[in-house]
Design a protein around this ligand. Structure first.
Ligand SMILES: Nc1nc2c(ncn2[C@@H]2O[C@H](COP(=O)(O)OP(=O)(O)OP(=O)(O)O)[C@@H](O)[C@H]2O)c(=O)[nH]1
Ligand SMILES: [Mg+2]
Length: 303
């Protein structure tokens, strides 16, 4: 192993929906974190490991940090989500603070406060550069951010299209210590296939269900086993109320079929083989406020 090898931990932090998980997948080169057009898609801390010959960078995806109003605060899951994000700043070498390429929003104050308190070196990433009419529009924004945030660099990118992501990787690498890899070089995440499978089902719920319903759902894996030549997967979709069940299933089961086929495609890709997937909808009242249920779903690790 060359002595020039760099290794370190880098947390991705920012408000919900800014593109943290999209960037994580882009950096790792494989889809391991779910994404959707809705805020608060990510609920767990998840590691994505970028491996190259002379560097290993462990990226930490986090739930979007947000101000929780009094009503939402009552739900234990909302407290857990923000806390998970804050805890992900502990012991890392660097934080990538993500904001929009169109400039600072009030909502960026919440993650920024946590970053300042943590006293970790910061790189600011201005994401969704592709949404600007002209890339030059980002120049005054960079200037503004430079005045506002004490950071090592401000890097505009498009996580979705991949623009400038290789450059970002180089800027990050320079800041990491000269150290040998901390993980096997073929490892890309700390999460099990079982976990990733349940997340891919949850991704479809976030993409296909309307309004508040995705926030009232969770997914629990029931089985994942090879029978003859096929991987058979069974999972329960938890809903909070009786009337949610019918909505998730849809008229003549149409909605659930769509959720199932969307998830199956993604799982096929993840596992590199065709799987058999069965989904059941179960009413589990009050799960998002129950310590026991949240623990079962793994939402309280890292406390
Ligand atoms: N146009 C454009 N859209 C993007 C870009 N990056 C992410 N998105 C979109 O923004 C939405 C949110 O992306 P996510 O990666 O799920 O955002 P997140 O920050 O992980 O969100 P939470 O997990 O809810 O905190 C998705 O619809 C993405 O496709 C980008 O560079 N350009
Ligand atoms: Mg996310």
């Amino acid at each position: 192993m060359s002595t020039e090898h760099r290794f370190g931990f880098v947390t991705l932090l920012g408000r919900p929906n800014i593109g943290k998980s999209t960037l994580l997948n882009r950096l790792v080169g494989k889809k391991i974190s779910i994404t959707s057009h809705r805020p608060q898609t990510t609920r767990h801390r998840l590691l994505g490991i970028r491996n190259d010959k002379d560097r290993q960078i462990v990226f930490v995806d986090t739930p979007g940090m947000h101000a929780v109003d009094k009503k939402a605060q009552r739900k234990r899951i909302n407290q857990v989500i923000n806390k998970t994000a804050i805890n992900s700043l502990e012991g890392v070498d660097l934080v990538v603070f993500m904001i929009g390429a169109d400039g600072w929003r009030e909502k960026d104050d919440v993650p920024y406060r946590a970053i300042k308190e943590a006293k970790i070196p910061v790189i600011v990433v201005l994401n969704k550069l592709d949404k600007l009419n002209s890339k030059n529009d980002v120049l005054p924004i960079i200037e503004h951010i430079n005045e506002r945030v004490d950071s090592l660099a401000v890097v505009p990118i498009s996580a979705l299209k991949g623009d400038n992501v290789e450059y970002l990787l180089d800027v990050i690498t320079e800041q990491l210590p000269l150290e040998r890899p901390g993980f096997d070089k073929d490892q890309i995440t700390d999460r099990s296939m079982q976990f990733l499978v349940t997340e891919l089902v949850r991704e479809q719920l976030f993409r296909l269900l309307g309004e508040e319903l995705p926030y009232a759902t969770a997914v629990e894996l029931q089985r994942m086993e090879r029978l003859e030549d096929r991987m058979h997967i069974g999972a329960d979709i938890w809903v909070d109320r009786d009337n949610h069940k019918g909505i998730v299933i849809g008229k003549q089961g149409e909605k659930l079929k769509k959720i199932g086929s969307g998830a199956r495609k993604q799982i096929n890709q993840l596992l590199g083989e065709k799987v058999h997937l069965e989904l059941f909808v179960k009413v589990r009242k009050g799960w998002s406020d129950s310590q026991r249920d949240l623990s079962l779903l793994g939402y309280d690790e890292g406390f």
